[in-house]
Design a protein around this ligand. Structure first.
Ligand SMILES: [Zn+2]
Length: 168
């Protein structure tokens, strides 16, 4: 189910994947999506509102810029993958908290949006090349790599673990 999400990200990377960090601004412009930084409750990462000819992503201005990037990429994933399902997506930790009770459809959408965001910001093929030169168990190297992709160390670590490139 996440294959579709990964492929959607790779399609965008064909055109926008030649520089690091991935230039989200250009991708958003291409899709007629604008970003608004909002003062949101800490638990809310962001939201997506889809109109007829454009869309707006709201992100939590209090969060670290690298975390904001992941949220933007996540919302872009909803936009590309789930626009036929809903026009409004709100992402808060509450959603994840409610995961047990959430419908299977909602859960699947969130996984897909995360898969999309991870592949878009940290393309697997690029990551494999980078990690090849990475000294093992070197926190500083992981931090530097996170900076290069402009993602949080946490997001990168999750990604590396999932791809089996490091052991947790
Ligand atoms: Zn979401």
């Amino acid at each position: 189910m996440s294959r579709k999400a990964k492929q959607a990200a790779q399609k965008i990377l064909e055109r926008f994947g030649d520089t690091l960090p991935i230039k989200l601004d250009a991708i958003l412009k291409e899709h007629n999506i604008s970003v608004r930084k909002e003062k949101l409750e800490d638990k809310t990462s962001g939201m997506l509102v889809i109109k007829d000819s454009y869309a707006i992503i709201g992100i939590n201005d209090n969060h670290h810029p690298n975390r904001q990037r992941f949220t933007i990429a996540h919302e872009l994933g909803h936009f590309l993958l789930h626009h036929t399902v809903s026009n409004v997506f709100i992402d808060s930790s509450l959603v994840f908290f409610r995961d047990e009770k959430a419908s299977e459809g909602t859960k699947r959408q969130e996984i897909e949006a995360n898969t999309f965001a991870a592949e878009l910001l940290m393309p697997e093929s690029v990551l494999i090349e980078k990690v090849r030169n990475l000294p093992p168990d070197d926190d500083k190297a992981v931090k530097e790599l996170a900076d290069e992709f402009a993602v949080s160390v946490q997001a990168l670590t999750i990604r590396l673990t999932k791809l089996g490139l490091i052991t947790a």
